[in-house]
Design a protein around this ligand. Sequence first.
Ligand code: ADA
Length: 561
Amino acid sequence: MLRLFNTHKVRKVQSLEGEWQFQPLGKEASPYDGDYGYVLPVPGCWEMHPRFSTYQGRGAYRKTIEVERETALRISFQGVSHTADVYFDGRKVAHHYNAYTPFTAVIPGVKPGRHEIVVEADNSFSEASALHIANDYYTYGGIIRPVSIEAVPDVYIERIQFTPIWKDERWQGVVNVHVRNIGAESAAIRLEGSLGGASFRIGERQIASNESCVVTVTRAFDGVEPWSNKKPRLYLLEAQLFGDATDGPIDDLIERVGFRTVTTQGGFLQVNGENVVLKGFNRHEDHPMVGPSFPYQLMVQDVELMLGAGANAVRTSHYPNDERFLDLCDERGIMVWEENHARGLSLEQMHNPNFERQCEDCNREMVESHYNHPSIIIWAILNECASDTEDGRRMYKKQFEQIRSMDSSRPLSFASHHRERELCFDLADIVSLNLYPQWYTDEDPGELCDRARQWADELGGLGKPMIMSEFGGDGYYGFREPTRVKGTEERQADIIESNLAAYTQRPYVSGMFIWQFCDCRVSEATGWLLTRAGTQNSKGIVDRYRRPKLAYETVKRYFQE
Ligand code: ADA
């Protein structure tokens, strides 16, 4: 399953979910040598194969496809972990870094017959990878998210970007349709749209060979209902592309959109002008049975558990999520803080020569591909990186500017653990703090929260909403003891209780995200912080298998109020 709704009626799309041949590759080995002696499911990670449960290195996947009629082919990858090189009939057609963002390869003039796709994946750590490093979550290997092939005409729709606007007491929307011409000839095109039963003209254009363009229309959409977490109303937005040679559409793209605004005024966060308080979880996309490659059923299970606890929000810590999960959040009314991929990088790690470019790509791919999800109400960057240094600040500033230039409709934030040393609160729209009172420190959560507000006010965050973006403590599932010592489920529930009691009472807190929804696998690394028992971060409110711990009931009491 690629999405939770059909994205095309005209364009032919084929999912490449299923069996792919696989072989591990030595450091210098070519994907064109070797016998491909294994069969692995796609999407999936190789760690689910008993032979490769801790394998870190290169691996090659191979698949033969059948093409009926000559066409351009667009191969669409939702996520390959963490570096991908893609070959089509022996020729390299794409290179991509970052497990958590999508990319495509377009091959013009593919002849009828059998063709071979080879995907080389690499999940090893080296200087080449600034973001995937040994960390407090696991970098799996393989084609971890769905792959599909699409037969596209020479001129085709690349993407649609829809921005809802509430103006003059009515809903309006800006529809941007990105079109690309990979043919040898210039082409005259016309775009028609529809939304909620109303059809409209998007525009006409002449588009030169090997050029891309954006066709835009801004119009009112009367009669639509807004999206909110309580009533998540969604609309299909369809764009059809017409050439001058035929009567019918030559290509199309369907997106699903919602009408809502997000603002930060008077120190609060508003959706459609109404103050909201986000109550939710930090969630790693990780499961012991499937790694990061969630089938739909397991995504639904997570959503049910979060909603069952009374949550109205989720933070996609610490990377962009599988688009089907975002589709579910749109449908179920879960407000999303989506962030780029980075966790806990020191200034030295941010000085990796690849860091800035890899972040820039990640930011662009995240915003472009997830722009239309009404559930996403915050973009964030660089969790717990060196925002307490001058050069770190330069990089935060640059990344915020990049995201703002692509999307000015959503507030921006970052989660900081630097307390009174923080230097970047003024750059964000929302001030967010990761603090672990009662776990890493003995502080009182309420007092600490008041101090945090003071730091925010003094350090550039005056008048901005504040979110407690991480708090919590370990609880080993099944470890219960009247002593309530650290690590018991009882102690974890106590910690969650004292934190939630403090934050839910403070009117200046616009959101709270518990660390974390589920226990997750972490890298086997040295250094005290990452030497986690069982290579697992055990701060989940449910364990890796989604069995609720005692704290689940505590959360429910506070979130359901
Ligand atoms: C950090 C970090 C999380 C996780 C957490 C913990 O603040 O952002 O990724 O590592 O602490 O469990 O200590």
